[in-house]
Structures are given as structure tokens and as C-alpha cells.
Design a protein around this ligand. Structure first.
Ligand code: HMG
Length: 440
């Protein structure tokens, strides 16, 4: 069976940086610890006025192709996942391909282009589409380019405002990948929900508190569905579990859910039984409410155990390193979490070759998906090429007034004549007005 997965990855962050504790919290008369400790976020990335989903996606994709020595002729498919699209007809992938064609001698003439939409999970759906296309043998030896790009902005004053972020992740999906091989085993949890949506509007309508519950409910279903195909799990099965990360505080809750699933019916659950009892089984309850109350009681006890704390520090915490500094990137978020974990392993000298990841994606509306990936021998060389630290370091720190300006720019509330740029573009694609493509 042909091995298919992520061969290479590039990340592009928005060029501006908003400090949540130093800048955002005082302007809102809030305790900085609400952001640092509660949400788990220190700073967030914003696009400068010459950046948008096309330029961020094109810049990440260009670096990816150029660095790996690929040209448009090697690419048979370009899928863009986004929930910030500005065109209801022409997919964002055509705009990005148009940018890339300005700098390559060949075109993407024979590549299938599309745009995937299902809130944040669309990035993983595009990855799965590319995997299926190659596994079906329709790729003629070519790779797929998957780009997850978003400006995740909320209305000012919305509870989600502190979780904003902007950036793009480009991934090359190929046969015999260097980074991770995807497995065919998947789990899904899906239901029609209206806690977060953007029907023909710039900013989302969000019921934030409910969205947290819906995330956990769908994730619980996806983990159970995954276990029904993969069989019994164990905490040692996975080197890391990258979850969709709207903000690290959400993953604190998801991590606990994940741990409950991986210890189910294992020696660890047995070992913990004398300390906190066994986790409740749904079959033993007549009504769902009583079952959920029992689960909540068990979870509270589990959180305090040494087993859980050690596992969380090792398997989950490293997935959050980048997210803490960039905020929510919607479709790119879970792919940032994977990159963050692999980068942490590289920096701490951990050998991951042959180890497995359980990637747990989520999109409002709502759907969760879990699948496993196996880390490939080329992972160290690939992760060593990431430039995210340098990009984060180079960001321009904005004042609160500058933040308000840039927020208005991206909401098209400011005319081009009055628009400020806070950084200087250098050898990159830029957006310079409606109808204009980026140029280098
Ligand atoms: P909020 O209501 O402003 O915050 O917004 P809060 O009062 O609930 O506080 C947040 C946490 O900080 C709480 O911890 C507080 O206790 C703690 P928790 O109880 O959750 O563990 N806290 C403090 N800690 C230390 N010191 C302090 C302090 N003060 C408070 N001084 C909310 C929270 C999530 C509602 C908001 O950020 C929001 O609406 N966000 C947008 C929606 C969202 O991100 N939902 C997440 C799940 S849905 C999802 O992930 C999909 C999404 O990515 C979109 C897509 O799929 O396309 C959003």
C-alpha cells in the first residue's frame, strides 16, 4: 500500500503582534492573567494592511515549493481551506495560484483547484481529500498543495476578540512523505449546530460558552468513533495529540477528554481506580444528564492525579508553544499544533521516528475528526527548516490605537488613502487593492 502524508510544511504569520497582557488587557480594564493563565494566550498575530488570506497563503506556498525544489508541474491539486473567503464563486486557490505563477516559469494549468469550507476543520478535510486523491491513484506521481489561510477576526467587544489571529499553513501532500504518514483510520463526530457562524458577514456570530461545549461534545464522539475502528487505546500510543487550538485554555479541557479515552479499559485506569474510581460507562445510566454529571465528577478527580499531569505535560503542552503567541488561525490551528509538537521534540532531542500522533481537528457548525499519523525518518530535517521563530521575532508590536486601525482596515472601514502600513514588505506577495493580485 502506497505511503501518503505530509512531505513538507511552511508557516506564515501575520506581521503584526498584539500583546494581550500589556496592551489588550489594560484597554479593556481586564486582569492580564485572564489572557495569560485563563485563555493561555500571550500575543496574537495580525495581518498588516498589505496582507490578506491570499498573500499569506501564497507566501507560505512559495517558500514551500521553492525550498523543496518543486515547480507547478509537480502539483496536481491545490486546495485552500479558509473561512475568510471574499469571493463566493472563484476559489481562493486560483488567486494564490495566480500569485505563484508570477514567479515560476510554468503554470498550474493541469492542477485541480478548489476551496474547502467547514470552519476550522476544513484544513484537515483538504488534507484528507489530498490523501484520498493520491491513494486512489489519480495523482500521476504528482503532489497536492494544501493551504489553510485565515484572518480570524471578531467584532470589537465580542468575547472572542482576545482569541483573534492570522496566518497561513502550506503543506505538500505526497507519496513517501518525509514528515508524517497518514493512516486510513479515522473517527468523526458531527451535528448541525449554530454556535459559531458567518452567514454573509465579516465577523462571526458566536455563542462562545456554548461553542466550548459543542467542541467537547463532537470531540468526544470523534474519539469514540476512532476507538471503534482502531481498537483499545493506551496513553503510551501517542507521542503527541495536537488538538484544534482556538486558544490553549480550550485544549486544557480537550486534553482531559483525550486522556479519559486513552486510559479507558487499560492498566492505567485500573491503577487509578483505587484513587479516583473507574470512569462511568454510559450503558450504566438511564439518562444522559446523570451520566454527564458522573463524568464531570470523575474528570475533576482525574485532573488532580499525577498520572494525568505528567501525561499532559509530555503529550499536550508542547502542542501549544506556537499557538500561545499567534492566537486562533482557524483552519491552520491544528496544523500549527502538530508543527509546534514536532519542533518541541527537535529542540529537546526527542527521537520521534516511527512514533504516532493522534491529530484531533474541529470545526464549528460542527464536526470533529481524529486520525493517526506516523512520524517519518525525514522529520528532523523538515522541521529544522521552519522559520516561525524568526517570523515571530520580526513582528511589529502594535499599540492599542494601531490595533483598532488595522482591525478597521481589514473590516474595509478605512479608505486606501488613510490606510497605514506598519512594516515594509520585502520580497513577498502583497495585496494592494481590490482586483489586484499580489506581486513580488
Ligand atoms: P470569556 O467569557 O471572556 O472568558 O471568553 P471567561 O470568563 O470564560 O474566562 C476564560 C477562562 O479564563 C476561564 O477559565 C476563567 O476561569 C479564566 P476556565 O473556566 O474556562 O478554565 N480566567 C482567569 N484565570 C486566571 N486569572 C484571571 C482570570 N479571569 C478569567 N484573572 C470564550 C471565553 C471562550 C467564551 C471566548 O474567548 C470566546 O467567545 N471565544 C470565541 C469562541 C471560541 O474560541 N470557542 C472555542 C470552541 S469553538 C472552536 O474552537 C471553533 C472556532 O475555532 C471556530 C471554527 O471552527 O471556525 C472558534
Amino acid at each position: 500500500m502506497v505511503s501518503v502524508g505530509i512531505d513538507a510544511i511552511e508557516i506564515h504569520t501575520g506581521k503584526l503582534c498584539l500583546d494581550l497582557a500589556e496592551t489588550f488587557a489594560p484597554a479593556h480594564d481586564e486582569d492580564p492573567d485572564k489572557y495569560r493563565k485563563g485563555l493561555g494566550l500571550y500575543t496574537s498575530s495580525f495581518p498588516d494592511s498589505y496582507e490578506d488570506i491570499v498573500t499569506m497563503g501564497a507566501n507560505a506556498a512559495y517558500r514551500l515549493l521553492e525550498r523543496t525544489g518543486h515547480t507547478p508541474a509537480d502539483i496536481g491539486r491545490i486546495d485552500v481551506a479558509t473561512e475568510s473567503a471574499f469571493d463566493n464563486s472563484k476559489p481562493v486557490s486560483t488567486y494564490i495560484a495566480g500569485c505563484l505563477e508570477q514567479v515560476f516559469d510554468t503554470t498550474f494549468h493541469h492542477a485541480n483547484k478548489g476551496e474547502r469550507k467547514f470552519a476550522c476543520i476544513a484544513g484537515t478535510q483538504s488534507l484528507n481529500d489530498a490523501y484520498n486523491w493520491i491513494r486512489a491513484g489519480r495523482n500521476r506521481g504528482r503532489s497536492a498543495l494544501v493551504i489553510a489561510t485565515d484572518t480570524a477576526l471578531y467584532a470589537r467587544g465580542d468575547a472572542g476578540e482576545a482569541t483573534q489571529g492570522a496566518g497561513a499553513v502550506a503543506m505538500l501532500i505526497s507519496e513517501d512523505p518525509s514528515l508524517v504518514e497518514l493512516s486510513p483510520q479515522q473517527g468523526y463526530g458531527s451535528a448541525d449546530e449554530t454556535d459559531f457562524l458567518k452567514p454573509n458577514q465579516q465577523f462571526p456570530s458566536v455563542d462562545g460558552k456554548r461553542s466550548v461545549q459543542v467542541y467537547l461534545a463532537r470531540m468526544r464522539e470523534a474519539l469514540s468513533d476512532y476507538a471503534s475502528v482502531a481498537g483499545r487505546m493506551h496513553p503510551d500510543d501517542f507521542a503527541y495529540i495536537p488538538f484544534h487550538t482556538p486558544f490553549p485554555g480550550m485544549v486544557r479541557k480537550a486534553g482531559l477528554l483525550g486522556y479519559r479515552h486513552v486510559i479507558r479499559d487499560t492498566d492505567i485506569e485500573e491503577e487509578l481506580a483505587s484513587e479516583i474510581g473507574r470512569q462511568p460507562r454510559m450503558e450504566a445510566f438511564d439518562d444522559e444528564e446523570a451520566y454527564l454529571d458522573a463524568v464531570s465528577e470523575y474528570t475533576d478527580k482525574l485532573k488532580g492525579t499525577e498520572n494525568y499531569r505528567e501525561w499532559y505535560e509530555r503529550v499536550i503542552e508542547p502542542t501549544l508553544d506556537i499557538s500561545r503567541y499567534v492566537g486562533n488561525w482557524y483552519t491552520g490551528s491544528v496544523h500549527i499544533a502538530r508543527a509546534s509538537a514536532l519542533k518541541h521534540a527537535l529542540e529537546t532531542g526527542r527521537d520521534l521516528t516511527g512514533k504516532r500522533l493522534l491529530v484531533a481537528s474541529y470545526g464549528s457548525g460542527a464536526q470533529a475528526e481524529t486520525h493517526t499519523e506516523t512520524v517519518q525518518p525525514g522529520w528532523k530535517d523538515e522541521i529544522a527548516m521552519l522559520t516561525i521563530d524568526e517570523q515571530l521575532e520580526a513582528r511589529h508590536d502594535i499599540t492599542f490605537e494601531e490595533y483598532e486601525h488595522i482591525h478597521d482596515v481589514h473590516n474595509h472601514d478605512i479608505s486606501a488613502d488613510d490606510t497605514e502600513e506598519f512594516t515594509t514588505p520585502k520580497n513577498e506577495f502583497v495585496f494592494d487593492g481590490w482586483g489586484r493580485m499580489g506581486e513580488r
